[in-house]
Design a protein around this ligand. Structure first.
Ligand code: IMP
Ligand code: MG
Length: 498
């Protein structure tokens, strides 16, 4: 046996051992990629997987590549080695000049000269690719390709048994690559979530059409020499935000351990954005849509007043002044998403010194009767935004998910300009990246009512903004399922939440 054959044999033996050990799927993927990279003697290797929409490839398990490269390397399926999606091996001898390499400059900076990629297929569908990156320009041998194909099959079997996102329908990836009709995705059915709350969260993201990947990547946290002793696999990755989300809903006791890991991750990978979604935050989030333990919570009336009627009026006047100055000589189209913004809109428009049209739209909401699987516009604008200066007026921006949907909808009609004015900004809860041009007040992560904001259609007509009085302390509510705390319940399941 030649030297290389011995090396490949050893590597495959090492892999077999890992596959038969009690570690997580993410750890298996990482160990396989690492072993392959060493056996091939290349700069690094990466398992790239299709995202939920099958448009992008995401580095799911990598070895030897810089964090910068991995984060920046979200590539378009049809722009990066497209033959992979047809189930073929792709060989790039010179990454600097090959048109199939989407980010040639980044490859150059990473000192990647050549690439070999083989498809990774589950149940006959391409779900991603295994790539090896070399520092020097060279061809790869047939033996190397065969070895990579074997590793790809091993990776696929890990993916299949862990239920990681897998393409749906035989023609899914091919259809898209050949310009055919995109096949409807249904990743939730195929992903085996560790906890029902993760599945519900995925549905919520799906509802607002926010792209996500479940457990996309493991981060190495601790080493002993060559051996990785601690790893961390965040639950979700939101590609549009380049944000990882770790849900600590399983056992509240594990939260401190997770916090430690997240701290370590931030130390080691300072450019990686990660957000912890704790049980309480999660309960509040879904309670707003009438789900979870906090959904049916009773209130004990209105609590502390955050902003008096006078304070609100003063701030609204200031905002109107700023807006009037910025839009001088133009006519604004004020757009409101029903119904929370009604007091704010009514006051703001009266203080504006520029001409303004007003129109409204409404959305279906998560878990609502007319909700379905994805958010829908239940009432569209009567005035077309095309060519107009659109100012979206919001009561409060919380997660920002409905807002980002509305913005995309308005953007599609090519307004001359598009900006957002919100009275309240609950920034700590943001899950999407929405640009806010005008902000009245930044508010804490508490449920607020009054001046148009409701809790289950209650308290909208209060002239001030106040907290809802809580029956139990937050800490208790967090650890007691079913505890009575209004959390984020904004309305019942039956009514429209706005
Ligand atoms: P987001 O989608 O999470 O940004 O928030 C969407 C909607 O939820 C807002 O437009 C409000 O109607 C409602 N909402 C969010 N937070 C509160 C609150 O504290 N009180 C009342 N309604 C809220
Ligand atoms: Mg609203």
């Amino acid at each position: 046996m030649g030297r290389q054959a011995v090396v490949f044999n050893r590597s495959l033996a090492e892999m077999a051992k890992v596959l038969n050990s009690p570690v997580t799927a993410g750890e298996k993927l990482l160990a396989l990629v690492q072993s392959a990279s060493r056996a091939l003697g290349v700069r690094g290797c990466s398992l790239m997987l299709l995202d939920a929409k099958k448009r992008k490839l995401i580095h799911a398990a990598t070895y030897g590549l810089s964090d910068r490269y991995v984060r920046g390397g979200l590539v378009d399926v049809d722009k990066s080695l497209p033959e992979i999606m047809e189930g073929k091996t792709a060989l790039v001898v010179d990454a600097a000049s090959d048109p199939r390499v989407q980010f040639a400059e980044m490859a150059r900076q990473e000192r990647i000269a050549s690439i070999i990629a083989v498809p990774v297929s589950c149940g006959g569908n391409v779900v991603g690719s295994l790539r090896a990156y070399n520092r020097i320009r060279r061809e790869f041998t047939e033996a190397e390709e065969e070895y990579l194909v074997t590793v790809s099959n091993l990776l696929a079997s890990v993916l299949e048994s862990s239920g990681a996102p897998v393409a749906e329908g035989a023609a899914a990836s091919k259809g898209r690559a050949q310009g055919g009709r995109p096949v409807a995705r249904s990743p939730i059915k195929r992903v085996s979530f560790a906890h029902p709350s993760e599945e519900e969260f995925a549905r919520l993201l799906d509802f607002y059409q926010i792209e996500w990947v479940y457990e996309p990547r493991s981060f190495m946290l601790e080493w002993e020499g060559d051996k990785v002793t601690e790893m961390f696999t965040p639950d979700f990755y939101l590609p549009a935000l380049d944000l990882y989300i770790e849900m600590t809903t399983l056992k509240p006791g594990l939260t401190s351990e997770k916090n430690r890991k997240v701290r370590r991750l931030r130390e080691l990978y300072p450019d990686t954005k990660i957000k912890l979604l704790a049980r309480r935050d999660y309960d509040r989030l879904v309670a707003k849509y009438g789900h979870g333990p906090l959904a049916g919570a009773k209130t004990e009336g209105v609590g502390r007043i955050l902003f008096s009627a006078d304070q609100i009026q003063t701030r609204v006047r200031q905002l109107a002044k700023e807006i009037s100055r910025d839009y001088q000589g133009r006519r604004i189209l004020l757009v409101g998403v029903l119904r929370g913004m009604l007091c704010f809109m009514a006051d703001l428009m009266r203080f504006l010194e520029v001409p303004a049209d007003v129109d409204f739209m409404a959305l279906s909401y998560f878990g609502g009767d007319d909700g379905g699987e994805a958010v829908r516009i239940t009432k569209d604008l009567d005035i077309r935004p095309n060519g107009r200066h659109v100012l979206l007026v919001e009561d409060i921006v919380d997660t920002g998910m409905p807002l980002s949907y509305v913005l995309a909808h308005l953007e599609a009609d090519r307004p001359a300009s598009l900006a957002v004015c919100t009275l309240l900004d609950k920034r700590v809860r943001r899950l999407t990246d929405v640009p806010l041009a005008y902000i009245g007040f930044e508010v804490p992560d508490e449920f607020l009512v009054g001046y148009g904001l409701d809790y289950r259609e209650e308290y909208r007509n209060l002239p001030f903004i106040a907290l809802v009085k809580q029956e139990v302390k937050k800490e208790e509510a967090a650890s007691q399922p079913g505890a009575s705390q209004p959390g984020g319940g904004q309305s019942g399941q039956k009514e429209d939440p706005r």
